[in-house]
Design a protein. Structure first.
Length: 183
């Protein structure tokens, strides 16, 4: 999986050596409370190592799950870009629907890292041909909804289409640029 850079951040693949950070990050209820239909805290280093293996298994030219680090290598969070699972009984959509999501360590909140990391990944993904990305947020997750708005995502309202739960749905479409000077 590739590495992506922004002005202040480096997004890189997860390594086993990141297990202590991941355990610290996802053992905090304030971090995981909005993740999935049934959020749960991570309890052991073995759980962290297993999660890192699953993150590294996303081997795709566009999709990925990255560790977000600041320039000096200190980890601050996680960013994903991957196919989004439909809720049970949903038949529209499918593997072409891709979500972007993030969660950061509380020490990194309020510094613009989620927005900057997501902008970098979106720029990379749209440059690789991805046409549309969605984000789903818990209706009470106002911080992530604010990030979606800063990213220029369009709010599409509430949906139960994904993850068997009700979410606020946002989308972002690639901006197609004309090639070469106008003729």
């Amino acid at each position: 999986m590739r590495t992506i850079m922004s002005d202040r951040l480096l997004l890189r693949p997860w390594h086993d050596g990141d297990a202590d950070f991941l355990l610290d990050l996802e053992s905090r209820w304030e971090v995981v409370r909005f993740l999935g239909a049934h959020p749960a805290i991570m309890r052991t280093r073995q759980d962290a190592l297993a999660s890192i293996r699953r993150r590294r298994a996303v081997d795709h030219p566009v999709h990925g799950i990255w560790l977000i680090t600041v320039a000096d290598g200190v980890p601050v969070g996680n960013l994903l870009l991957k196919p989004i699972p439909l809720s049970a009984g949903e038949s529209t959509g499918g593997p072409d629907e891709v979500e972007i999501g993030w969660h950061l360590h509380p020490d990194a909140w309020g510094q613009g890292y989620a927005t900057e990391a997501a902008e970098a990944v979106l720029h990379d993904a749209f440059g690789r041909g991805l046409a549309r990305v969605v984000a789903v947020t818990d209706p009470d997750n106002h911080a992530s909804q604010a990030v979606c708005r800063r990213l220029g995502m369009t709010a599409l309202g509430r949906t139960a289409k994904y993850y068997d739960a009700v979410h606020e749905l946002f989308e972002h479409r690639a901006q197609h640029r004309a090639q070469g000077p106008p003729g």
